[in-house]
Design a binder for this molecule. Sequence first.
Ligand code: ZN
Length: 222
Amino acid sequence: MKCSCEIIKDLLPLYVDHVCSDESIELIDQHLLECEKCKSYMNSLRESQDVETAAYDEEKESRKVKMMLRMKKKILFRNILVATFTVLILGAACTSAIHYLKRTTVPIPETKPMEVIYENGDLVLNITDAIWSDVSGVRFTLTEDGKSYECVAVAMNTSKWNELISSDKTCSKYTIAYSEKGANEIDRVYYSGDGKDPEYPHNGELNENDIQALGYTLVWSK
Ligand SMILES: [Zn+2]
């Protein structure tokens, strides 16, 4: 069957898109073998289809790239947010931990190395491996075998933080009595290891046993 160029032209778009029946394909193939005009029309259709496909692919590709960029930005933003929160939370945790350690008071036990010396006329207690944060003391007179002794009992506290940062190279100093306030009158220094205010012993015939019962350890005597 011979077909007119007009019918072929109508069918060619379907032919190019591979959507016509086998019968039409046969017809068109035959016609194209004989008709240069229709053949060149088909070529132009194919070319324009290629261009369209390329344009479509390009658009699809650019949409994909844009989407990936958006996703990357989102992920980056989320990561920055997570990192910022982590740093903030860690910072807050560290600060409150340090604050807690600095606030928590612990007694400095009598087992810490300590020495009492005169320094420029002052009576000074040097304590190693400890940094005292507060000190309480009591001055009293002890009468033993008819003799009177001027005594000082000292108790020291530190913080958990100071406990952590102190070492055997740490030495902290406390002036028990200044020279102008009768440092040379002190005969004995006791240390009270529980960190509480040393109990004031009643004046009288106290002996070492009574003093020990109060929790005092003799750390220095003249
Ligand atoms: Zn034709």
